[in-house]
Write a protein of this length. Structure first.
Length: 400
């Protein structure tokens, strides 16, 4: 569809062409199909990901194409316009597993995620294979107002999308723009990254010495101290520093009692490391270590063996990975050696090793002694072993 993909729905002819590509990919050994209808998923300049414009008929056609030989897993990051009932219909018509992401707890709408999980349970009771992807980590993001991912999904933020420099600053300074953002945040929403919880937004790093005392303080506290609206506090500070101020926001999954319910739900899969898609904003690559260390050892929400099962065997069974996910004779020797008394992950830190010296967030493993892939040791306590042989293999056949 070219540039039209981010502008309109596909025609019937285009959907048929896409379905043919999906069938070809599945025949070549693809594991399944992934998509998104989340309003937070935009490209450069706020241009929506093409899948956000796809109608229900297109999604159904592509899932049926995926399942044309009886295999495949469909995964979708769903927006509010995609109810679980529709995803159950997709599972019914394809006969395949549908994975629903990202099921995160929202403190301002605390029952919504559990309503989705109840609907998933009911679907399974009717013989449909639905599973919810949940995270064991709080969703915390670092950002600047030059690239404010947490709020870019707001409809009221659209006038700022795609603008830079003076043009962006003019929008952020506009009282009408600010009033629109305030009004939207005051309206409850089921699927929204940022919900106006200003006490969970903090100033991480300023660039002007005069503002140094603001670091590590919440926007909510600063607003109370200054007698101003929190949105004005954040935008005024950012504008005074040419939009270089670094903020952090704890967006979702901040209620640990609620997260514990998500992690132990019978139809949830602990996952969502994000694979680096937002590597300048957050990094949950150590989510498995966090599950074992924080949730199993420290909180006792599940046993360590159950945490290991949730990270290995459960995923292998869902995706149909043959001979993997369990420690037994005849299976691939994919192994992690760790210290149960120490296993965990370090706090996130910023490194500057991307092309051009650009920054990203990373986190280090704690209590990890070695990693083996297909019986070959590829990492030790210090990280990846230099010049270790590439021991992975391409998997193109899956159980059904």
């Amino acid at each position: 569809m070219g540039a039209d993909a981010a502008q309109r729905e596909a025609t019937a002819v285009e959907v048929a062409q896409m379905a043919a590509l999906v069938r070809e990919a599945m025949d070549a050994g693809a594991i399944g199909l992934a998509s998104s209808t989340s309003p937070a998923h935009n490209g450069e300049g706020g241009i929506p990901m093409p899948s956000r414009l796809a109608n229900d008929a297109e999604h159904l056609a592509l899932i049926e194409a995926m399942a044309h030989t009886g295999g495949g897993v469909y995964m979708v990051t769903k927006g509010g316009q995609m109810p679980v009932a529709l995803l159950e219909e997709m599972a019914a018509r394809s006969g395949r597993t549908v994975m629903i992401a990202a099921l995160l707890h929202n403190s301002t709408n605390p029952d919504a995620v559990f309503a989705d999980l109840d609907a998933i349970s009911a679907a399974n009771g009717r013989g449909r294979r639905l599973i919810g992807q949940v995270s064991c980590c709080p969703l915390t993001m670092e950002f600047t107002l030059a690239s404010p991912y947490p709020v870019e999904g707001l409809k009221s933020w659209r006038p700022a999308l795609g603008r830079q420099g003076a043009a962006l600053a003019a929008v952020l300074a506009d009282p009408l723009f600010r009033d629109g953002v305030r009004a939207e945040l005051a309206t409850p929403a089921t699927f929204r990254l940022f919900n106006g919880e200003w006490d969970k937004v903090h100033v991480v790093e300023v660039t002007r010495q005069a503002h140094r005392e603001l670091e590590q303080q919440s926007i909510g506290a600063l607003a109370h101290l200054q007698g101003k609206d929190p949105l004005d506090v954040m935008l005024d500070l950012a504008l005074d520093e040419d939009l270089t101020t670094i903020f952090t926001a704890q967006l979702l999954n901040s209620d640990e009692a609620a997260v514990a319910r998500l992690l132990t739900h019978p139809h949830s899969l602990v996952s969502l490391s994000d694979a680096g898609a937002h590597l300048t904003f957050f990094n949950d690559a150590g989510f498995g270590l966090h599950l074992m260390g924080h949730w199993a050892r420290e909180r006792g929400v599940m046993s360590l063996s159950e945490a290991v099962r949730r990270l290995t065997q459960q995923s292998a069974q869902i995706f149909g990975l043959r001979g993997r996910g369990a420690l037994r004779e005849g299976h691939a020797a994919d192994l992690l050696l760790f210290d149960p008394a120490r296993v965990g992950r370090s706090p996130a830190r910023r490194v500057f090793d991307l092309p051009g010296g650009a920054a990203r967030l990373t986190t280090d493993a704690i209590g990890m002694h070695g990693v083996w892939v297909n019986g070959t040791k590829v990492a030790d306590a210090n990280g990846l072993i230099d010049k270790a042989p590439l021991a992975g293999e391409l998997i193109t056949e899956f159980s059904r």
